[in-house]
Design a protein around this ligand. Structure first.
Ligand SMILES: Nc1ncnc2c1ncn2[C@@H]1O[C@H](COP(=O)(O)OP(=O)(O)OP(=O)(O)O)[C@@H](O)[C@H]1O
Length: 275
């Protein structure tokens, strides 16, 4: 299934150049003058930056600054919120994802999302992975078995669950449930993973496992993560974007943001002086 449902007659082709950043690193997403509103609430204000491919980009900032709104707009989860609207561009492979010609079902396969609270289906571990695959027409047991194993291995969960695939997913620990949710997303073969505080509801050991997993997954996927945990952002991300009141205050290499930020607001936030 293609992301673009139909090419609009008046839509201009976007140049391939837009997919190469200034430093010549491949770009996964180009954000251009993005504005997001909930009714009269202007939640994300004129945000422009590029998200690098096969890297981890952390979104940080105080509560209510628009991190989740921004993240959710990338795979159009905001469409589900009455009164939400966006202007500007989120350019992915020369397509503006906020256009009205987007097939959001196909988009959400290509750009998968994992939420703060693990939300497995009340089904077996196996069926959690195969549910959407079957819905998408994959019926062969052999094929399904292969994808289940591959996805669970990628999510670093296979060894823990291989002998209990037909037990309920709800019998897993919170950390295992979250890795199952990641496996379920990976089964759809996405290229980008959106993670909204994926480890904040977990104990420190499960948290560390998710962090290790993210470091491993970035070899194959582009990862964008919202986190309130400054240590986590500095440990696992390559780039960091600091938001404040809906504005992207600073975006840079994570090392730079955490050791020598350019803006005072960024420094105040990372040193815990506000928020
Ligand atoms: N579903 C919604 N309906 C209306 N307004 C919303 C909705 N979700 C968020 N907002 C508003 O959008 C703004 C940004 O909120 P958002 O949740 O994106 O911030 P955040 O930085 O992710 O916060 P947190 O760290 O607390 O999750 C806030 O003013 C919030 O009240």
């Amino acid at each position: 299934m293609k992301i673009v449902m139909e090419q609009k007659k008046d839509s201009k082709p976007l140049t391939k150049q837009s997919n190469i950043e200034k430093e010549n690193k491949p770009v996964a997403l180009n954000i251009k003058k993005l504005n997001i509103y909930y009714g009269d609430n202007h939640a994300v204000k004129d945000v422009s930056f590029s998200i690098e491919k096969n890297a981890v980009t952390a979104l940080i900032g105080p509560s209510g600054c628009g991190k989740s709104t921004f993240l959710r707009s990338i795979n159009r989860m905001n469409d589900l919120i009455p009164g939400a609207r966006s202007t500007g561009g989120i350019i992915y492979e020369d397509v503006n994802l906020i256009g009205d010609d987007i097939n959001v079902v196909a988009l959400r396969k290509e750009i998968g999302m994992v939420f703060q609270k693990p939300n497995p289906f009340p089904k077996s571990i196996y069926n959690n992975i195969t549910h959407a695959l079957k819905f998408n027409g994959i019926r062969s047991k052999k094929k399904l078995d292969v994808i289940v194993e591959e996805s669970l291995r990628k999510a670093a969960l296979w060894d823990e669950v291989k002998d209990r695939l037909h037990e309920s997913a709800l019998s897993l620990s919170g950390g295992q449930q979250q890795r199952l949710c990641i496996a379920r997303t990976l089964a759809m073969k996405p290229s980008i993973l959106l993670l909204d505080e994926p480890a904040s509801a977990l104990d420190p050991i499960s948290n560390a496992k998710i962090e290790d997993l993210i470091m491993e997954l970035k070899k194959e996927y582009t990862i964008i993560i919202v986190t309130h945990n400054m240590h986590q952002a500095s440990r696992i991300s390559d780039k960091t974007a600091f938001f404040l009141n809906g504005v992207l205050v600073e975006f840079d290499q994570t090392d730079k943001i955490f050791t020598n930020p350019s803006k005072k607001d960024t420094e105040d936030y990372i040193t815990g002086r506000f928020g």
